[in-house]
Design a protein around this ligand. Structure first.
Ligand code: ZN
Ligand code: ZN
Length: 237
C-alpha cells in the first residue's frame, strides 16, 4: 500500500511542508496528520475531488501535525459535503486535547469519532490498523500507526525518537510492506526525532528499499538518507 504525501518537512523545516500522508480508495480517503501547510496543499491539488468520506488518523497534537485540521474539516464538510471521521478512541492519551482543538476550530457536529477496530470494513487494501504509543516529546503523547496489508505491515512512525517498534518487527521477522519513518540529521541529546545514525545502525541494507524517510529537519538530511540507500518521500511530491 503506497502512501501519497502532502509535505515531508519537520516543524522547523516548513519549506518542505508539514509531513502528512493520504491514501485514496474509490470515494474514501485515509488522511494521516494535518499540519500547518496541509490544507493549502490539499486544496491546491484538489485531493477532495470525488471523495465522500475522509478517515483521519492523528499521530500527535504538535501544530505541524494538527495546525490546519480545523479548516480542513470545515472545508470538507461545508464546501465539499464530505463526511469526516476522526479515527481514534476516547482512551487515547491525546483525546481530550484533540476534542478541545476541534471545538476551538468550530468543528462541532462536523465530524464523528470512528473506532480503529472498525476500519477493516472500510478499505480493501488493509485488514486492520493499530496505534502504538511511542516516544517523542515529554509533554505530549505520540503514536505510531501500523496497517496490516496483504503484503505485510505498513509502519508509519509519526514523530518518534524510538526505534523500539521497528526493532521488534525486524527481530520477529514480521512481513513488511513499507516503512515510513521520522528521520533527523540532528543527533544530539534531547533529540525528539529518530536520528539517521540510529536508522543506519538498525535497518539492514536488504530492508532499506522498503524504508521511506520523512519529516526531515533539513535538505542535507534528505541527501544523507539517500546516500545510505533509504528512499525519501519527497520524490512523491
Ligand atoms: Zn512533527
Ligand atoms: Zn512532534
Amino acid at each position: 500500500m503506497k502512501l501519497n504525501f502532502l509535505g515531508y518537512g519537520g516543524g522547523f523545516y516548513p519549506e518542505a511542508g508539514s509531513t502528512s500522508a493520504y491514501y485514496i480508495e474509490g470515494d474514501k480517503m485515509l488522511l494521516i496528520d494535518c499540519g500547518e501547510s496541509v490544507f493549502r496543499v490539499a486544496k491546491e491539488r484538489d485531493i477532495f475531488a470525488g471523495i465522500k468520506d475522509i478517515y483521519f488518523c492523528l499521530t500527535h497534537t504538535h501544530s505541524d501535525h494538527i495546525g490546519s485540521l480545523g479548516n480542513f474539516i470545515l472545508y470538507s464538510a461545508l464546501k465539499r459535503n464530505i463526511k469526516f471521521h476522526v479515527v481514534c478512541t476516547p482512551t487515547m492519551k491525546y483525546f481530550e486535547t484533540l476534542e478541545t482543538i476541534l471545538i476551538a476550530g468550530d468543528c462541532n457536529g462536523l465530524y464523528d469519532i470512528f473506532p480503529p477496530s472498525k476500519i477493516n470494513s472500510i478499505f480493501r487494501e488493509f485488514s486492520a490498523m493499530h496505534y502504538l504509543l511511542t516516544d517523542h516529546s515529554k509533554n505530549l503523547p505520540a503514536y505510531s500507526i501500523v496497517f496490516v496489508t496483504r503484503d505485510g505491515i505498513l509502519f508509519y512512525s509519526g514523530d518518534s525518537c524510538s526505534i523500539k517498534h521497528l526493532d521488534g518487527y525486524i527481530e520477529r521477522h514480521t512481513s513488511i510492506d513499507e516503512i515510513y519513518v521520522d528521520t533527523s540529521l540532528h543527533d544530539g541529546p534531547g533529540n525528539v526525532h529518530l536520528s539517521l545514525r540510529t536508522l543506519d545502525e538498525h535497518i539492514p541494507p536488504e530492508l532499506r528499499h522498503k524504508v521511506y524517510c520523512m519529516h526531515f529537519d533539513s535538505p542535507e538530511c534528505i541527501d544523507a538518507a539517500r546516500k545510505l540507500g533509504f528512499n525519501t518521500v519527497d520524490r512523491d511530491l
